[in-house]
Design a protein around this ligand. Sequence first.
Ligand code: GLN
Length: 193
Amino acid sequence: MSLTAGVVGVQGNVSEHTNAIERACAARGTSVTVHEIRSSGVVPDCDLLAMPGGESTTISRLIHREGIAPEIVDHVEAGKPLLATCAGLIVAAADAHDDRVDTLNLIDVQVERNAFGRQKESFEAPLEFDGLDEPFPAVFIRAPVIDDVGRADVLATWDGRPVAVRDGPVIATSFHPELTADDRIHELAFFDE
Ligand code: GLN
């Protein structure tokens, strides 16, 4: 089997996701071609997508300007997997309480930007994660808090707050699985049937 993957590549931790997807596919014995997406017309060819951490206001502005945003929505509506991390979670949410982020409403959660960041800029924590046997080394950087969960399932919490959710074909995390050498969340997002 050969897969086509896309990493929304307008801004943020793009190459880190590309590398993680390549490693996760190699671990499954699956060949993959990864496209870094900066313009429209590529997402429709992708079997799976990642939306990276970075700056959600910038990512939101550029995916709308380039016509990538409706293609991501179509991808998820077709039931194809998306992993959205940190700023990607913010863009994928139903509401980010910030006029500069035109959210895609792909996951039924509301988020508050930089909410963990106010307490502490960044930190790493061993996280119990639904579907993983051992804790995941989660890197949080100016992370958003998920403050309202609708139909989404909570996969992990930190300090009593949800930090990872699944809603249909989308897994979204407040932290950055792409910044560690641990690819279990990529594998879960893309290969867990
Ligand atoms: N604070 C960033 C934002 O609001 C997200 C941080 C990140 O992706 N590391 O977009």
